[in-house]
Design a protein around this ligand. Structure first.
Ligand SMILES: Nc1ncnc2c1ncn2[C@@H]1O[C@H](COP(=O)(O)OP(=O)(O)OP(=O)(O)O)[C@@H](O)[C@H]1O
Ligand SMILES: [Mg+2]
Length: 170
């Protein structure tokens, strides 16, 4: 079941991430994809807030990976700048995934290194249209049996976020 949501502000995308965080469990891996400036880091900051992270979450573009303490440990990665898949392997991704929540910006580029069970969140900007500068289309896709089973319940929660509009679910 794919869930499509429309966010009309950065605050709303933050709130969607925060709402998702309440459902997260140790070992969960979430891929964030979408163009530069589509809101991946805003979403990640929302997830962090929902996990009770008090430290300021900044883009990990230069550090590749940052860790934060919350209800569960949070790993925040950005693999946009990786020249080689080997660098991601060297990070020891599998070990990161254990006992924590892992968010990976641009993770769609390293799917081969990711567990089958994962949630993918794609954020899309609307084509040039100044009237919808703050509009983002979110497509949330579960991969693997575990996330597929969790997706319907998740969709109910996310659709309840104030102001969120939603598209068709498939
Ligand atoms: N509905 C929205 N959801 C998220 N961000 C929005 C929205 N409307 C406007 N914005 C703005 O878009 C920008 C998103 O920036 P952000 O750093 O989160 O993008 P990103 O996808 O992480 O980019 P990068 O690929 O460079 O890491 C912010 O300046 C935010 O305020
Ligand atoms: Mg970012």
């Amino acid at each position: 079941m794919i869930t499509r949501l429309v966010s009309t502000s950065a605050a709303m995308t933050h709130e969607i991430g925060k709402t998702l965080a309440h459902e997260l469990e140790s070992g969960d891996v979430i891929v964030l994809s979408g163009d530069l400036g589509s809101g991946k880091t805003v979403f990640a900051q929302g997830v962090a807030a929902g996990l009770g992270v008090t430290e300021r979450v900044v883009s990990p573009t230069f550090a590749i990976a940052r860790e934060y303490a919350g209800r569960l440990p949070l790993h925040h990665l950005d693999v946009y700048r990786l020249d080689h898949v080997q660098e991601a392997i060297d990070l020891g991704l599998d070990e990161l995934f254990d006992d924590a929540v892992t968010l990976i910006e641009w993770g769609d580029g390293i799917r081969d290194l990711l567990p089958v069970d994962r949630l993918e969140v794609e954020l899309a900007l609307t084509p040039d249209d100044s009237a919808s500068e703050d509009t983002r289309h979110l497509t949330i896709t579960p991969f693997g049996e575990e996330w597929s089973a969790r997706a319907p319940g998740l969709a109910v929660g996310l659709r309840a976020v104030e102001g969120v509009q939603y598209g068709d679910s498939a």
